[in-house]
Design a protein around this ligand. Structure first.
Ligand SMILES: C[S@@+](CC[C@H](N)C(=O)[O-])C[C@H]1O[C@@H](n2cnc3c(N)ncnc32)[C@H](O)[C@@H]1O
Length: 260
């Protein structure tokens, strides 16, 4: 089985074969191997992915959470107060929201998602998800109260989509990947929209491409976030931007703390 998977282009064929055996019932192993040999994501076939040590349910058609996003999830969990409020934009399966809820069981964690299939999957994972565009579906009572907003938004530029691995392009939903002309259409909108929700002193963390972090850091600063930091993934590549909203006791450089 591992040889078949390797011949089909699977890099970690031995591990994948073992995972398929674990997930299979007696009569469906052959069809699972055949599906994987076409390049279909392993998690769509087994129905799960591992994220921050958690087992996340993954429905076919829904973006598979990536290990690179664990950096953002772990840092976000550190920043979320025990009984705080977090919003995870574009939650997909709900992986980041689940990691936050696992680390801070007494916190309120809500999420948004535009794709009904992904929203249904996040609900199956137990995430409180609202369907709609970016922060639009959030209840108004959250305005100005959110301690932490996270997001792994689509950030691939349209003319870079063809550079993605063949299987990602062939199978994963374009709505999860396509970030518009420069890749930052939704990210730019989310940074601007976040200031309605994130309280002064609260945090915004967004994952983007390594070549986008500096530009996104500048966006954070012009939207009123300080302490802007780039977060490295486990391979040492900067993959996310974090910033703390000015206001309250958090003053911009050279400025005075305000009660905004
Ligand atoms: C790159 S995936 C990340 C999913 C999840 N956060 C994760 O890390 O596994 C981006 C997700 O954003 C969703 N999405 C795309 N456009 C959106 C929008 N305008 N508003 C809300 N969600 C959106 C996609 O359906 C997809 O689930």
């Amino acid at each position: 089985m591992a040889r078949r998977l390797a011949a089909a282009g699977c890099v970690a064929a031995e591990d994948e074969a073992a995972e398929l055996v674990r997930a299979a019932t007696d009569d469906d192993l052959e069809s699972m191997v055949a599906r994987r040999s076409t390049g279909e994501p392993l998690s769509w076939i087994t129905g799960t992915a591992s994220f921050c040590g958690l087992t996340v349910l993954v429905d076919p058609g829904v973006y598979v959470p990536r290990w690179q996003s664990e950096t953002l999830a772990r840092r976000a969990a550190d920043l979320l107060p025990e009984t705080g409020t977090a919003v995870d934009l574009c939650t997909g399966t709900g992986a980041v929201a689940l990691a936050l809820a696992a680390a801070r069981p007494r916190a309120r964690v809500v999420a948004t998602e535009v794709d009904p299939r992904a929203a249904a999957c996040a609900r199956r994972n137990g995430v409180d998800v609202m369907e709609g565009h970016l922060a639009d579906p959030l209840p108004v009572d959250l305005a100005g109260t959110v301690d932490l907003m996270t997001g792994v938004l689509p950030y691939v530029p349209i003319d870079g989509l063809h550079l993605l691995p063949r299987d990602v392009l062939a199978f994963e939903p374009r709505v999860a990947l396509d970030g518009g002309a420069d890749g930052l259409t939704l990210v730019t909108e989310a940074v601007a929209a976040s200031t309605r929700w994130v309280r002064p002193g609260g945090w915004l963390l967004l994952e983007v491409g390594t070549d986008q972090v500096d530009g996104v850091g500048a966006l954070f600063q012009s939207a009123g976030y300080g302490a802007v930091t780039l977060l490295d993934d486990d391979e040492g590549d900067p993959r996310a931007v974090a910033g703390q909203r000015y206001g309250g006791s958090v003053a911009p450089p050279g400025g005075q703390a305000s009660s905004r």
